[in-house]
Design a protein. Structure first.
Length: 396
């Protein structure tokens, strides 16, 4: 007899090991539901390759809804819009509510700063959800196909971190595939020295700067003040400049879902719930969390990066399953001090950073491809319900 309810809110990097374990069997006495905004999880490590046109959009997909249904898990295709931790109740888009006995959060983050800049939400393309990235690609393809397309196709990428660098390089490749030249500008207030990747070691920043320059991509150290359909306003050393653009891409960092700060959970100043090393939330041990949507109370500066979410996954799975079996959670997540960074150039090479070692090579891209393929294939090997997902919106 089913007496308790586990809800998986989100089905991203941190949640996939738990979903994999549940596919082998749900513990007796439990009902399980998965809430996900789309039927497929789109692996973010493959997004630059998709944008560049090196692989199809489907190459980045893991069919989480089909995997869940094959395991007998109830699936809700909807976003979470509210959480009442005291009542143990989730509200989904469309008004459906779910009560839970145990909750595992992996809802990721939302783009930071969109509402602080006039026109940004209306005119900028974000990379989450994946549908927005598909819309960006379709829009650029349409622009490049026109006979009156501007001779250099101008694009502005807001944010010069790792994501911004990879997206800019990927867009350069995509535009070149359409037999057009590009004029791509990376804008970031932390790049006033002319180098991307704020927060990285100087040698990594210099290497990335050379790669961008070799591909004709400009870096502008300034703050975006406005976004329109055809231009971006930037404040540079107290002067205002306008950049022409046919597409503005917003990758300026992560922010918490507003509903998390309103949930009754104990959160940091940015609205991320505090979690212990067990990945249970400090204020409510009926809630676990992983990935971008939490702050580790023991390591609050842990970057919001996929590599940490992937490494949280087995800890999250182990501890949630222990609670379902009536045991105490025991596994702990200790974030590593350093991590392997691989930034694809889109042209067959990648920038590698590991501790003090930094270089660009085709071997680094080979390594990235191996890591990505192994991750995708491990989860694609899980049983599915045999259903197909809708074709990507905006692409043939």
């Amino acid at each position: 007899m089913i007496s308790r309810h586990l809800v998986l809110a989100g089905a991203g990097h941190a949640q996939l090991d738990l979903l994999s374990a549940l596919s082998a069997g749900v513990p007796s006495g439990w009902k399980v539901s998965v809430v996900t905004p789309q039927p497929a999880f789109h692996y973010s490590g493959m997004l630059p390759a998709v944008i560049a046109g090196n692989v199809s959009p489907a190459a980045a997909d893991i069919l989480v809804a089909a995997i869940a249904r094959a395991a007998g898990v109830e699936v809700h295709i909807a976003p979470v819009v509210a959480l009442d931790a005291h009542a143990r109740k989730l509200t989904l888009g469309g008004g459906t509510t779910l009560t839970y006995d145990l909750l595992s959060l992996d809802v990721g983050s939302v783009p930071a700063g969109l509402d602080a800049v006039p026109g940004a939400r209306a005119h900028a393309f974000v990379m989450k959800p994946f549908a927005s990235a598909l819309q960006l690609m379709a829009h650029l393809d349409a622009v490049c196909s026109k006979s009156d397309a501007p001779p250099p196709v101008p694009v502005v990428v807001v944010g010069a971190g790792a994501a911004g660098v990879e997206i800019a390089l990927a867009l350069n490749v995509r535009i070149a595939r359409a037999h057009r030249t590009s004029q791509i500008t990376l804008v970031d207030p932390e790049a006033r020295d002319g180098a991307p990747l704020p927060g990285f070691a100087p040698r990594v920043r210099r290497l990335a700067q050379r790669v961008l320059q070799r591909n004709g991509i400009r870096i502008l150290g300034g703050a975006v003040t406005s976004v329109a359909a055809d231009r971006v306003g930037v404040s540079v050393r107290r002067e205002s400049v306008e950049l022409p653009t046919v597409a503005t891409v917003w990758v300026s960092g992560a922010a918490s879902h507003p509903w998390l700060a309103e949930s009754g959970l104990s959160c940091d100043e940015r609205g991320y719930p505090y979690a212990s090393a067990l990945l249970s939330l400090k204020s409510d041990d009926s809630v676990f969390g992983g990935g971008d949507c939490i702050t580790l109370s023991s390591a609050p500066t842990t970057p919001k990066a996929g590599v940490f979410a992937v490494r949280m996954a087995p800890v999250l799975a182990d501890n949630v399953l222990r609670v379902m079996r009536g045991e105490q959670p025991a596994a702990e997540f200790i974030p590593q001090r350093n991590f392997l960074a691989l930034l694809s150039t889109g042209t067959g090479s990648a920038i590698l950073r590991w501790n003090a070692v930094t270089f660009e090579s085709r071997a680094a891209q080979w390594l990235k491809d191996r890591i990505d393929s192994a991750y995708l294939n491990r989860h694609r090997a899980l049983p599915t319900s045999g259903e197909s997902i809708p074709p990507p919106v905006g692409l043939p």
